[in-house]
Design a binder for this molecule. Structure first.
Ligand code: ASP
Ligand code: MG
Length: 405
């Protein structure tokens, strides 16, 4: 029988009533003659509560103990869902990541799945069971419990789909699918019916919260189709497929994502000499701060200005480090801005349609929106601007590129 993998996120199973509704959805799919493997997250808010408990003891708790704790959220939901299915008259069995045979490396808190031994899952499917597996967790060769990083149950679901050679990986959530942009920001936001995994990966990496980027990457690599659907509606959701198979209309722009979790740091008036960039960024890297965009420009006076973005949570540490570098380099000035937003337009059609960037910049200029940084890739253009411009920028771009159609 064809295997369908379904994943239910925290809001879909946030109460006993909701778990019962989810069970009905699973049963409907089972009754169509499919084998069902169901991956679940913790109930909504539970993982955050566990994180808070740990941090109330130690801001930087032992990685091993942190994972033992965080993995309990999903252990609750797998058992409750399996009980519900059994009560409704179906054969069901729950497995933790370790019981299911999900092996990871030993990097606690952000482990990567290495292999899945699917024999136990297969055995129970063959016996007619609905198999319910805890997302977000795995086990090392040495039997240590690991977790995959926040939002990791998407990745669990995709990895299990690959291991089971599933027909489809269905990710159930509280929205109807992937939208052209955040409907809370733009009333014109429209659900996308189909999108390539390449575009989805850019949207996820640039701030769209629907799917964990690693899950999309994994699905693209192994050519697994993902469908994002609403748990409590009946639409067909958004289908994410590796290749553009011709049925997909080639949109120039598929979606606009934004990220408010970054901050901008600038050092002005540094000597324009080899090695300066590494003198500035070296200490930042030593603090384990990820740098995203970087811009350097040299003025007529032969002095350079250097601007880069870092996660907003690293703003204060980054600023301090830059002030120290500034003294050493005798720079003119250090400026920090943590009220910025990065806005990214994504679309495979950009490859064949020149002029997307210039149109984006002129639309923003016409609306008096100042751009402080720009970066591009083959299918993406990102700009940084003041956070106060977020709504206007998204709405005028959404209109100008006719995304509501
Ligand atoms: N419960 C975990 C989290 O909140 C994993 C997930 O929901 O995907 O990050
Ligand atoms: Mg999630």
């Amino acid at each position: 029988m064809p295997v369908i993998v379904q994943k239910y996120g925290g809001t879909s199973i946030g109460s006993i009533e909701k778990i019962s509704q989810v069970a009905e959805k699973i049963i409907t799919e089972k009754e169509k003659g499919n084998d069902l493997v169901v991956v679940v997250s913790a109930m909504s808010g539970e993982t955050n509560k566990l994180v808070e408990l740990a941090k109330s003891i130690d801001k930087d708790p032992s990685g091993r103990e942190f994972d033992v704790l965080l993995s309990t959220g999903e252990q609750i939901t797998i058992s409750l869902l399996a009980m519900t299915l059994i009560k409704k008259g179906y054969k069901a069995i729950s497995f933790t990541g370790s019981q299911a045979g999900i092996f990871t490396n030993s990097v606690f808190n952000k482990a990567r799945i290495e292999t899945i031994n699917n024999s136990k899952i297969k055995k129970y499917l063959d016996l007619g069971y609905i198999v319910v597996i805890a997302g977000f967790q795995g086990v090392t060769e040495n039997g240590e419990v690991t977790t995959l990083g926040r939002g990791g149950s998407d990745t669990s679901a995709v990895a299990i789909s690959v291991a089971m050679d599933a027909k489809e990986c269905q990710i159930f959530t509280d929205v109807d699918g992937v939208f052209t942009t955040d409907p809370r920001i733009s009333a014109g936001a429209k659900k996308i019916d189909q999108i390539t995994s390449e575009e989805m990966l850019e949207l996820s990496s640039q701030g769209s919260k629907v799917l964990q980027p690693r899950a999309v990457e994994f699905a693209g690599k192994y050519d697994i189709g993902i469908r994002v659907l609403s748990t409590f509606g009946d639409g067909s959701g958004t289908f994410i497929k590796k290749e553009n198979d011709g049925r997909m209309e080639k949109a120039i722009i598929s979606g606009i994502a934004f990220n408010k979790d970054e901050a901008q740091l600038t050092i002005r008036g540094v000597p324009d000499q080899p090695g300066i960039a590494s003198l500035i960024l070296g200490p930042i890297a030593e603090l384990n701060i990820d740098v995203d965009m970087i811009v350097q420009n040299v003025g007529e006076d032969g002095l350079a200005n250097f601007t880069f973005t870092v996660p907003r949570s690293d703003f204060n540490n980054g600023l301090k480090s830059l002030e120290e570098s500034s003294k050493k380099l005798k720079a003119k000035k250090v400026i920090g801005n943590n009220k910025i937003v990065k806005i990214s337009m994504v679309g495979v059609g950009m490859r064949t349609h020149p002029g997307v960037a210039s149109k984006m910049f002129s639309v923003l200029a016409d609306n008096n929106i100042n751009i402080s940084m720009i970066s591009t890739s083959e299918i993406k253009i990102s700009i940084v601007t003041d956070e106060k411009n977020l709504e206007t920028a998204i709405n005028v771009l959404h209109d100008a590129f006719k995304l509501e159609r």
